[in-house]
Design a protein around this ligand. Structure first.
Ligand SMILES: Nc1ncnc2c1ncn2[C@@H]1O[C@H](COP(=O)(O)OP(=O)(O)OP(=O)(O)O)[C@@H](O)[C@H]1O
Ligand SMILES: [Mg+2]
Length: 330
């Protein structure tokens, strides 16, 4: 999907979400208008029950409004077929939830590679991509662990890795730091800042006012409506995707500091390296309980990974030979 900054990516017009009828009627969203520009980092706050999750679910195509209009990239969502919507969701939207939503009986690497199933990649390629992204998050050593063997912060970083694997341009996060201590929250926020600095659009719900420093816009909701809406960064200063390279490729390379605009309330300069250093600290400092079961799991993991790696190498070798032969034939 090609996009530039200042382009409207999401537009809600008088969106209402009603539950129940008659006396039991209630509105999770009421005549809700919202225009989101590409590259915004929006933080949504408001009391419990004011409609924040409902809003994210509608934006993320997981729920439908009762009335009103939703335009995604200028297209009316209710005119898009369910198949196209599902494909768009899988490719362009990354979800991060408060309770991580990892699948308990799948290993870390399997969880992360899961969204790629919809993209039709071969399993080896899916695992390789998941392995690359887990390396960035300093979780490679734990890729064959099961989710319950990780700390909360690590689980959330796995969930972020999973949400990024299909190179989405919109990240929707529903209280992603809600279950984390302040140090882990900070690391997660630095990751989100990094993702945002590369021109992606982030809409995040939180109850924590101190996190608003990361946002370019803060919306306070009340009873299904917008109470206040404050932009702290001018639209012209929003980061934009620049070259067409996508996150999964770029997060593996060293990043240049990205100017967010000197007038902004957010920190003026972001260096991607800082997040990496923090991650390294977390990876080192967060001890995971050493048990016999873990050691066994570790050995099993290594074995499994070595096997997968061998397969990848073999396939790469074959591909190389094939392309050599083809070149000769040409
Ligand atoms: N399936 C449902 N049936 C009936 N009412 C619902 C349903 N889902 C949500 N609601 C109602 O819609 C309103 C908004 O819910 P929502 O989950 O969006 O709130 P929220 O702002 O995310 O709250 P929290 O901060 O507690 O997560 C609430 O009053 C809730 O009871
Ligand atoms: Mg909620």
């Amino acid at each position: 999907m090609s996009k530039t900054s200042n382009e409207t990516i999401i537009e809600l017009k008088a969106v209402t979400k009603r539950y129940g009828f008659g006396d039991a009627e209630s509105f999770a969203l009421h005549n809700f208008d919202l225009e989101v520009k590409c590259g915004e980092f929006i933080i949504i706050m408001g009391p419990s029950g004011c409609g924040k999750t409902t809003l994210l679910n509608i934006i993320g195509l997981l729920d439908k409004p009762t009335s009103g209009e939703y335009l995604l990239n200028g297209k009316k969502v209710d005119r898009i077929s369910s198949r196209k919507k599902a494909r768009f969701r899988a490719k362009e939207i990354g979800f991060i939830f408060q309770n991580f939503n990892l699948i308990p009986n799948l290993s870390v690497i399997e969880n992360v590679s899961l969204p790629l199933i919809y993209s039709g990649h071969h399993k080896i390629r899916r695992l390789k991509k998941a392995d690359d992204i887990l390396e960035h998050f300093h979780l490679r050593e734990r890729e064959y662990y099961m989710p319950h063997q990780l700390s909360g912060g690590q689980q959330q970083r796995v969930a972020i890795a999973r949400s990024l694997i299909s190179d989405p341009s919109i990240i929707l996060a529903d209280e992603p730091t809600g279950n984390l201590d302040s140090r882990s929250s900070h690391i997660i926020m630095e990751e989100l800042r990094d993702i945002h600095a590369q021109g992606n659009t982030i809409i995040m719900v939180t109850h924590n006012p101190s996190l608003t420093t990361y946002a370019t816009r803060v919306i306070n909701m009340l009873d299904g409506e917008i109470d206040t809406d404050i932009k702290t960064v001018d639209d012209s200063e929003l980061p934009h995707p620049g070259d067409p390279e996508k996150i999964s490729v770029r997060i593996l390379s060293k990043k240049q500091p990205v100017e967010l605009g000197a007038d902004s309330n957010t920190k003026a300069v972001f260096s991607g390296e800082r997040a990496t250093i923090e991650n390294e600290k977390l990876a080192k400092e967060e001890p995971i309980e050493e048990t016999e079961e873990k050691t066994k799991q570790d050995k099993k993991s290594k074995k499994k990974f070595n096997l997968a790696e061998k397969k990848i190498k073999k396939k790469a070798e074959k591909d190389k030979q094939k392309s050599n032969t083809e070149n000769k034939e040409l």
